[in-house]
Design a protein. Structure first.
Lengths: 424, 975, 83
């Protein structure tokens, strides 16, 4: 059993520079899969790791395993557009995401791992008066909840984001926007590694290359899981498998209000600073959200590819759509080149909001349905889910995010799009 | 100036600028070749440590020599110098240095090697917060300048289909193209370079008893005669679902690009292999270059990259290269071969070289390079225990550690790769049956075998799709002998020196970084890539990817085949955003839809606003300086006098057939089948989950023919919705659905004077019809011999008529109405009028509201079994806190109510009861009015609430009213 | 796998590129009640039955059976006529 990863700081960097080999240690120590755990978390993405971390840290649970089919952070948390924000319309959502945002603010210190939280501001752009009213509705809802929001007119937008000042006319002119200054970006892979390191330091077993193939039950209670590395007994099981949430439903025989879709994103070559905030451009004719990473590449993503896919390869036409909107927004980037691209699976729910709830058994929990907004919620998801699992009662922040809300009509539909992840 | 000779350069001279100095080049030169010819060594500085760098390669794999082209605001950053063609007045600058390339103050960062190792930023910069450091780091990071503007026209876009697509016009590609063309297939060849030939440009080879150059020329001529298309400057970059995208960037800069959208039946990948280096201490110094790059600069541009050369590598090709370079006048001082045994194939060459004064060393490696701004000498170490270190002076060190097949296109759509131990590389393995890799791409490096293999593979492809022409025998060629490569990835060194053994030159990733990543538990190659940034630069890991994986394998003690390389993704070569956006740029971003009355409106001072893809008139300038003022003016006039509105964007779907009525009954909240012919009805659609989807007037034109109108911009959606249910439930019945939105122009004629004016304009034949037309009734006839339908219906609350006519009479009819005294009004005024009457638009039918939420309880209670009804009974929908539609007025009769305000019980309250969905200044009531959603248990008329607009800092006391603010019993439209 | 991937063969128009079609939703289980039909989805990685429309062609609604992990299309029927 190797030693723990040393505490990180500038001083430790200096010491490391002059120390021999062995100063830096693995972030999460390789451990053996045990026969039994108090809690088994399935999925070592952001949600799974954060849940395990909080179970250990906040609830003192001793024997926790995170079982990962592939490797830590191989899914969305390892490759996304890094946006964090709490500018949601519905109280059931914005209080939750605001909890996440507040945790992002201190996460580097909590984990002793620099996640590079950058509150550079997320600006939603409006192209019509009607859209301004929608933004105002959302901004006012946020302000009622004590969350920062600022409505800007055209001049305000151009002053805030000078890169948007157009050289000529736009096909669709910008008339204003809604800014949340405290939102911004976080370094995604740091989140996975930071949580893995912190959880591991608290004694959580992180087991990679371990696929959960089935749930073992006895008399209406789950007693463990079957894995590719053998059976494991578990007091409680949490599924945090993001794009494979639908497959879990199939495995457990519970039909879910989830459809699995593919989402692409890409980044350009690095350049000196151009975009200093996060620009969100979501309209019927085109969608793009774009920002510039600290390394200098312009990151952009758009809407779903438009049909269920697990291939992690996207259709070319969707790349073109996203880039069309990006170039429409920022014509000066036409000469920049796309270097890297990625695509992943998204578990889209029938109202667009997530699910943290028991699933079929009292001691089995589902943390999923994150659609394309899972990354920003990780710290809050981990804390709330851990509390739910540890105490058996859902905390207020996630009380509305049940599986049963669809049947009862208590939908959490931010966009008013209804049960169709892909619009007709 | 001495004129250089090479495949690509002519005698014509052309000048350009680099870092403020003028240089003369020859036409055909790239900026790299021209500057090298002038003895320029320094081209840039590395991104992290700011180490001085020179040109390393001769293609897109160039990691160092990235230049900024042009002057602000229209600069193009990060242009690869080896690909950038010299054009007259070209202005280029090195990047990432200040104040100059030679003297860069940030070079102090080099001292931080070890502190600034991979991932150092995760371990520090936390206190007080990341933001404190971020601005500085962002300015240090990034390669070239951010452009202020782009002077780049949209690309040409060309669609091609062909039988056989060949990627690459080197030996393998040309052989494949010849076979396919001879078989009679339609062939397209994409070649990234300005000319065909690939390595045949310099390889000492004969093919079919001709020199390589002659063979290339003859092959191209034959291909041209056969009608094959060869696209130069064109790289295959991606695609999906059978579409292959190729991108042409002539001159290596985004000015005149073309995007080819190719649909091949078969695809032969012959993109070759890219050379890689070997890691040794200070292997990033200017003057250290890929061996093949030196050969290319010589053969293509006549450039000698140095005077005294040392060659370093692990295969037989070193010797043939040495012969060529020596023959061109460069002095090859030594060949450092890491292999201990000398293969028989090169005995002769070696002897000749030794005789020429070239020192041929086996079992040795370059340990280190000295010379910060340009290599001065190398330190050479023996790889066996015996032997001593040597220093050899030189001004160029040419490295070749082997070639990595360009597999990007081979890994898409389920293509696989496998490790070929013989060549120490990953080569293409299982491919979809429409794709195959040949030549170096497939791990074949010897010319004879390349020609045979490629020719046969392409012939087979052509035959398999029915091109059965006789292809004859494959070209027979002899070139450089097979490499007999023995894997060698890095020279042994001390731990301290590992910090200067560069693996990824662009991102300053060293062997020390790889070791650090492993020690921190990042053992998977993807993790290592993300943690160290290996391979994420502009050359997409071409030179560093495999090298890094192999060194990781050595450090781990694991086989390279197990370690693998990170996943490759499109674009296979970096592609500009402008090219990806294609033709949909500027005004052409999306189609602009205009109504038949657009030109008239434009000529008469209309101010337009986009409504989906349509342009609709918002207001007319003559009526006010802004929308607010003009809207009030126009709305007032409609109520007092009258006006006309262009409603052509109204969606119209014809539903016809024996089962049309029953079909509509199924799709709408209330029945259509009870309507009489000649009458219309306001009807509502529900979405499957019970929410209101759309509303509109449905007309019964005939017993089996209806016209369903939808919201503007909704027609396509509603049509698909209808078609879906027809297929799902009605496939055996007779229902025909036709989108007639563009077929009929719509003119709304509204106001007290509407009927009289209409009678005046339409003339005698219409008088009786119009005077007898009751509310919701319509009449069909003609005007000026063209079909006209007049529906009496109102969205303004005034007496009003909707005229449906075909384009031919739209403008004359409109003009006649204007001339007869009814001025036009726009959407701004329409919004005022409809809010005054409590009519709904998308702001209210926002996908979150059930019909009961919108006050349609009566309609629901009629009990028609329609789509969406089954889910209306869910408990949440009847809860007391669920918002429903109300009207609002300011309690003081004058404050402004803002759209988007949240509604609470008191001004101190933070619990939302609902929100204001639409608000207008009502000229009829001389105050602001609104439509809003308020919790049912607070929605009684007369309740006083607060409309809180915290964004604008106002709290307004409001009173709940009926949504119908004006003329509640609708007397005005029933006159 | 077919010669070129992910083309849908419209019963009226023949094999057409994917971009001509629009996906709507995965098909509900046969006999599903209204709630299940609207809200529940089948999530299998090996086969997916889906509703698509040929919006840029004949506008036929199609029942498509495909493999969402490989993109292979197994069968395309007119919606309402699927077996």
């Amino acid at each position: 059993m190797s030693g723990r990863s040393p505490r990180y700081s500038a001083w430790s960097l200096l010491r490391g520079r002059f120390s021999g080999p062995g100063f830096w240690r693995p972030l999460w120590s390789g451990r053996q899969l045990q026969k039994a755990y108090d809690v088994v978390v399935v999925g070592a993405g952001g949600h799974g790791l954060a849940t395990a971390y909080h179970l250990a840290r906040d609830h003192g649970i001793q024997r926790i395993a995170v079982l990962e089919k592939r490797l830590v952070g191989y899914g969305n948390v390892g490759r996304n557009t890094t946006i964090v924000r709490s500018n949601y319309l519905l109280p059931e959502n914005h209080y939750f995401y605001e909890d996440a945002l507040r945790r992002w603010e201190t996460l580097s210190r909590d984990l002793n791992y620099n996640v590079m939280y950058s509150p550079r501001g997320v600006l939603d752009l409006a192209l019509s008066d009607g859209e301004m009213v929608s933004l105002a509705r959302r901004g006012n809802a946020m302000r009622l909840a004590g969350i920062d929001a600022e409505l800007m007119d055209r001049a305000g937008v151009m002053k805030f984001a000078r890169e948007l000042v157009p050289a000529g006319t736009r096909r669709f002119d910008i008339v204003g926007g809604l800014l949340q200054q405290r939102s911004g970006t976080v370094r995604h892979d740091a989140v996975a590694w930071g949580y893995a390191r912190a959880a591991s330091a608290l004694g959580v077993d992180i087991i990679e290359d371990c696929e959960v193939t089935g749930l073992v039950t006895t008399g209406g209670v789950a007693t463990g899981v079957e894995t590719s590395q053998g059976s494991v007994a578990a007091g409680r099981v949490v599924f945090a498998v993001a794009g494979h949430t639908g497959a879990i439903g199939t495995m457990l025989g519970v039909p879910l209000p989830v459809e699995t879709h593919l989402l692409q994103a890409m980044v350009t070559e690095p350049i000196k600073p151009l975009i200093n905030s996060v620009l969100i451009y979501v309209h019927p004719h085109g969608e793009v959200y774009t920002l510039q990473s600290d390394r200098g590449g312009v990151v952009m993503g758009g809407f779903l590819d438009g049909f269920p896919s697990y291939t992690r390869e996207g259709r070319w036409s969707r790349l073109e759509d996203v880039v069309q909107s990006a170039v429409a927004l920022l014509p000066q980037i036409a000469g920049l080149r796309i270097l890297r691209h990625w695509a992943g699976t998204n578990d889209m729910t029938m109202d667009g909001s997530f699910i943290i709830d028991r699933i079929r058994y009292d001691n089995v929990f589902l943390n999923g349905g994150w659609c394309y907004g899972g990354f920003k919620s990780i710290p809050a998801s981990g804390a709330a889910c851990a509390q739910f699992v540890a105490t058996g009662t859902a905390p207020d922040l996630i009380r509305a995010h049940t599986l049963s809300r669809f049947a009862s009509g208590h939908l959490l539909d931010e966009r008013g799009g209804g049960p169709f992840p892909v619009r007709l | 100036m001495i004129l250089r000779r090479g495949h690509r350069v002519t005698t014509q001279s052309v000048s350009f600028q680099f870092d403020g100095r003028e240089y003369t080049a020859q036409a055909g030169d790239t900026v790299a070749s021209a500057l090298l010819a002038h003895g320029v060594r320094l081209f840039g500085r590395s991104v992290k440590y700011r180490r001085p760098r020179g040109v390393f390669a001769a293609g897109p794999e160039e990691p160092n020599a990235l230049l900024t082209v042009g002057t602000q605001p229209c600069v193009i950053p990060n242009v690869s110098a080896p690909q950038l063609a010299v054009t007259p007045q070209l202005i280029t600058r090195s990047q990432n240095r200040w104040p100059s390339l030679r003297v860069d103050l940030h070079a102090v960062l080099q001292a931080g090697g070890g502190f600034f190792g991979a991932g150092f930023y995760y371990k520090t910069f936390m206190w007080p917060s990341w933001r404190t450091y971020e601005t500085m780091i962002r300015h240090l990071a990034g390669l070239g300048e951010a452009p202020g503007a782009a002077d780049i026209a949209p690309p040409h876009v060309e669609h091609l289909s062909c039988d056989v697509l060949v990627g690459g016009a080197g030996a393998a590609g040309l052989a494949a193209a010849l076979a396919a063309a001879r078989a009679g297939a339609r062939v397209v060849v994409c070649e990234r370079e300005p000319q065909a030939g690939g390595e045949l440009d310099f390889e000492t080879a004969t093919i079919d008893e001709q020199s390589a150059t002659e063979w290339v020329r003859a092959s191209l001529a034959e291909l041209a005669r056969a009608g094959a298309r060869v696209l130069y400057h064109t790289a295959i970059v991606g695609g999906s679902d059978g579409l292959v995208i190729a991108h042409a960037e002539p001159g290596g800069i985004a000015k005149n690009n073309t995007v080819y959208r190719i649909r091949p039946q078969k695809f032969v990948m012959a993109m070759g292999a890219v050379e890689r280096g070997i890691a040794f201490a200070n292997n990033d110094r200017p003057g250290v270059m890929l061996l093949g790059a030196a050969e290319r600069y010589l053969a293509r541009y006549g450039v000698a990259v140095g005077k005294v050369l040392v060659l370093f590598g692990n295969h037989d090709r070193l010797y043939a290269s040495a012969m060529r370079l020596h023959a061109a006048g460069m002095r090859v001082r030594a060949i450092v071969d890491t292999r201990c045994d000398v293969s028989a194939a090169i005995f002769g060459l070696r002897a000749t070289l030794t005789g020429m004064g070239v020192e041929c060393m086996s079992g040795h490696a370059v340990a280190e390079v000295h010379g910060v701004y340009g290599i001065r000498r190398t330190r050479i170490m023996p790889l066996q225990a015996t032997g001593t270190e040597r220093f050899i002076e030189c001004d160029a060190l040419l490295v070749s550690g082997g070639w990595t097949p360009m597999l990007q296109a081979a890994l898409h759509d389920g293509g696989q790769r496998e490790f070929a131990a013989k060549v120490s590389e990953f080569v293409a393995s299982v491919q979809p049956e429409w794709r195959t890799a040949v030549g170096a791409c497939a791990g074949t490096f010897e010319l004879g075998a390349i020609l045979t293999e490629s020719f046969r593979a392409a012939a087979q492809f052509a035959h398999s799709i029915g091109a059965m022409g006789v292809v004859g025998r494959a070209p027979v060629g002899r070139g450089d002998t097979a490499p007999q490569l023995q894997a060698f990835w890095r020279s042994p060194c001390t731990r301290a020196h590992e910090k200067t053994q560069f693996v990824d030159l662009q991102n300053d990733v060293t062997v020390a970084d790889l070791r650090l990543a492993l020690s921190e538990g990042f053992v998977d190659i993807e993790h290592i890539k993300r943690y160290t940034t290996l391979g994420i630069g502009t050359e997409q890991g071409r030179t560093g990817g495999l090298l890094g994986a192999a060194i990781v394998a050595e450090l781990k003690g694991e086989a390279l085949s197990r370690v693998g390389v990170s996943r490759t993704r499109p674009p296979y070569q970096p592609m500009t955003l402008g090219s990806l956006a294609g033709l949909n740029q500027g005004d052409a971003l999306r189609v602009t839809r205009r109504t038949p009355l657009h030109a008239w409106n434009q000529a008469h001072g209309a101010v337009f606003e986009p409504a989906e893809y349509w342009l609709r008139t918002r207001y007319y300038r003559a009526n006010g300086t802004d929308a607010f003022t003009a809207g009030i003016q126009e709305a007032t006039r409609v109520r007092t006098h009258g006006g006309i509105l262009d409603g052509s964007t109204l969606g119209k779907i014809e539903v016809a057939g024996a089962d049309a009525a029953a079909f509509l009954d199924r799709l709408y909240l209330t029945k259509a089948s009870t309507m009489k012919v000649g009458r219309s009805k306001y009807m509502v659609n529900l979405r499957e989950d019970g929410m209101v989807l759309d509303d509109g007037i449905v007309l019964r034109l005939a017993p089996n023919r209806f016209l369903a109108t939808t919201g503007s911009g909704h027609a396509e959606h509603m049509l698909s919705h209808f078609e879906h249910y027809r297929a799902l439930e009605w496939s055996h019945r007779q229902v025909a659905l036709t989108n007639l939105t563009e077929a009929w122009a719509v003119i709304v004629v509204a106001g007290p004077k509407s009927r009289a004016t209409l009678m005046n304009v339409l003339g005698e034949p219409w008088h009786a019809r119009l005077s007898g037309l009751t509310h919701m009734e319509f009449s069909e006839s003609c005007w000026q011999e063209q079909a006209l339908r007049v529906l009496r219906a109102s969205f303004s609350g005034e007496l009003a008529f909707e005229l449906h006519c075909q384009h031919g009479i739209a403008v004359p009819l409109w003009e006649a109405l204007v001339a007869a005294g009814l001025p036009p009004y726009g959407l701004e005024a329409l919004d005022i009028l409809r809010v005054e009457k409590g009519y709904l638009v998308a702001s209210e039918m926002n996908g979150e509201a059930t019909p009961q939420d919108l006050g349609m309880d009566g309609l629901v209670n009629l009990g028609n079994e329609c789509v969406g009804r089954a889910l209306l009974g869910r408990p949440a929908f009847v809860e007391p806190q669920r918002p429903r539609l109300v009207g609002l007025r300011a309690r003081d009769g004058k404050s402004v109510i803002q759209g988007g305000a949240q509604i609470t019980l008191t001004a101190a309250d933070t619990h939302s009861l609902g929100h204001v969905s639409s608000s207008v200044y009502s000229p009829a009531l001389a105050q602001w009015i609104a439509l809003a959603f308020v919790a049912r248990d607070r929605a009684a008329t007369g309740t006083v609430l607060v409309a809180r607009d915290l964004l604008r800092g106002t709290d307004v006391d409001v009173v709940v009213t009926s949504p119908v603010h004006v003329d509640p019993s609708s007397e005005r439209m029933k006159v | 796998m077919n010669a070129v991937m992910m083309r849908l063969t419209c019963p009226f128009c023949g094999a057409r590129e994917l971009n001509e079609f629009q996906f709507h939703k995965t098909a509900p289980e046969p006999g599903a009640n209204p709630f299940a039909s609207v809200y529940e989805r089948v999530n299998r990685t090996d086969i997916s039955q889906e509703y698509w429309q040929h919006v840029q062609g004949c506008r036929a609604w199609l029942y498509v059976s495909r493999n969402p992990s490989t993109g292979e299309v197994y069968q395309v029927n007119l919606l309402g006529t699927q077996p």
